[in-house]
Design a protein around this ligand. Sequence first.
Ligand code: C5P
Length: 246
Amino acid sequence: MSAQVDSRPTEPGVRAPMVIAIDGPAASGKSSTAQWVAQELGYLHVDSGALYRAATAARLRRAAGPDEPWTEEQVLDAAQAVTLVPGERSFVPLLDGVDADEELRGSEVTRRVSQVARMEGVRAWVNAHVRSAATSRAVVVDGRDIGTAVFPEAQLKIFLVADPWERARRRLIQRLGRGPADDEIAEETDRLVQRDRLDATQTVQAPDAVLIDTTYLTQREQVERIAALARAVTHRASDASAIDAG
Ligand code: C5P
């Protein structure tokens, strides 16, 4: 597949760059799919969850103990150490200027991130970063509320779902690099369902989102479907502007 969609920065007065919003629950394959779709189309990927994780990790670095309660102000103060910079394929959140992806994906961050993500000020902080990343570049943004709260005007919205057992299985293969045993999958399924519950209020399917159940799809199939939808949307938009110009 080739990059056919124009992702050049927008000139003043020209239509805003394309935004593809991909939402869905934990481990539904959003980030890897979003990254791959972005690559197919020549866009940049923005992982909003990584920003929630970066704010959580920044606060954890200053934490006195594992269960210390945090105020929104403390989290926002710590989050000043986070910057979002464009990388080769994705925008990367830096912590004190350094890519700390492993720390962001660690179990302590995962354990506390949903609590941090419920803070309104933190949501506003993440949304401002994500919107600013999309001002000059066409982007594929993944998260929980991208098509509703962050980019309600996104030209294409996708909501990815998958059976929890299958989500747990995929996550473990990614993490362990081998086929997991059933008891490992069962344990991971419990963790995912618990996180779904904690994230339920902020995980919202936009009424105009295309729902894709990936349980029986390969990742390539998911990517191809979304890229095909994106091409259809951009062709329709360019046909409409040709009619307007005529
Ligand atoms: O996508 P990921 O699992 O890395 O996201 C980490 C956490 O960030 C989620 O569990 C959720 O609490 C929060 N999140 C959110 N809204 C988003 C993206 C992530 O609340 N748009």
